[in-house]
Design a binder for this molecule. Structure first.
Ligand SMILES: NC(=O)c1ccc[n+]([C@@H]2O[C@H](COP(=O)([O-])OP(=O)(O)OC[C@H]3O[C@@H](n4cnc5c(N)ncnc54)[C@H](OP(=O)(O)O)[C@@H]3O)[C@@H](O)[C@H]2O)c1
Length: 229
């Protein structure tokens, strides 16, 4: 049995939920987060967290500090897809992706880093679409503005992975970006056509993490290969 502690953001559904349950079954102590307050009998705890809300981040960090959480592995999984929200303007839709993937991950991670153990790990769940090296493989003409917002926000997240990896190198905390593959979740309407089940993706992500790739690198969980930034 492991006594390692994992915190995963966005464990209500999808890849986050799958990772939480798989790591729990492997003997890890697993804490999740949810935007709406809820408890899980399967996990060791679920914190209420909306990464786009500074007060929610402060409240979650206060509770985690009060609970004396010491984290070995943080998985920044919370994210939104590229579907247009018709209640919002195009600019608001664009901003929401940056608020979630960039500002949200940044401010939450900056606040929680003191709770990470030296030699811990931070995984940012990113996307292969955000690799500069993949641009020639993308059907650019078919890219909607919202898909571009998704891609641009995850590219910024990747830069944060690199910056944070450099900053935390001395503390021996590794920081990685991982692409989970194209997975059958409700992230966007097109995900129903995705080839990978949540279980397959989760198995790939965990296998990669356990290989201890060098800090500041970007990986594809589907084929276990390194991605170019
Ligand atoms: N599925 C894919 O093919 C694919 C490919 C590449 C990358 N990814 C990335 O993988 C991650 C997980 O996606 P998924 O496919 O599992 O999607 P999902 O099923 O829609 O799950 C997303 C999770 O993120 C949470 N979340 C969204 N906004 C949040 C916020 N502001 N604060 C806190 N939590 C928030 C959601 O919470 P609620 O339950 O409250 O909505 C949900 O638990 C995302 O970062 C996504 O970009 C997925």
């Amino acid at each position: 049995m492991h006594s390692k502690t994992v915190l995963i953001t966005g464990t209500n559904k999808g890849i986050g939920k799958g990772l939480a349950h798989q790591l729990k079954s492997m003997g890890y102590k697993v804490y999740g987060t949810s935007r709406t307050p809820h408890s899980s009998t399967d996990l060791d705890g679920v914190y209420t967290l909306d990464v786009t809300n500074q007060q929610s981040i402060s409240d979650a960090i206060s509770t985690m500090t009060h609970d004396a959480l010491h984290i070995d592995l943080l998985i920044n999984n919370a994210g939104i897809g590229s579907d247009y929200n018709e209640q919002l303007t195009a600019k608001e839709n664009f901003e929401l992706r940056f608020q979630t993937h960039v500002f949200g991950t940044f401010f939450f991670t900056e606040a929680i880093t003191p709770l990470l153990k030296p030699d811990g790990k931070i995984i940012n769940i990113s996307s292969k679409l955000s690799s500069f090296a993949e641009v020639d493989n993308i059907a650019i003409a078919k890219l909607t503005q919202n898909k571009m917002a998704y891609i641009l926000s995850k590219s910024s997240l990747n830069m944060y992975t690199k910056l944070l990896a450099s900053r935390l190198r001395e503390k021996q905390i590794a920081v990685l970006s991982i692409h989970p593959g194209w997975v059958q979740t409700t992230l966007s309407t097109t995900n129903k056509n995705a080839p990978l089940s949540i279980t397959t993706s989760v198995d790939g992500i965990i296998k990669l993490i356990l290989k201890n790739p060098p800090t500041g690198t970007f990986w594809n969980a589907e084929n276990q290969e390194e991605l170019q930034w």
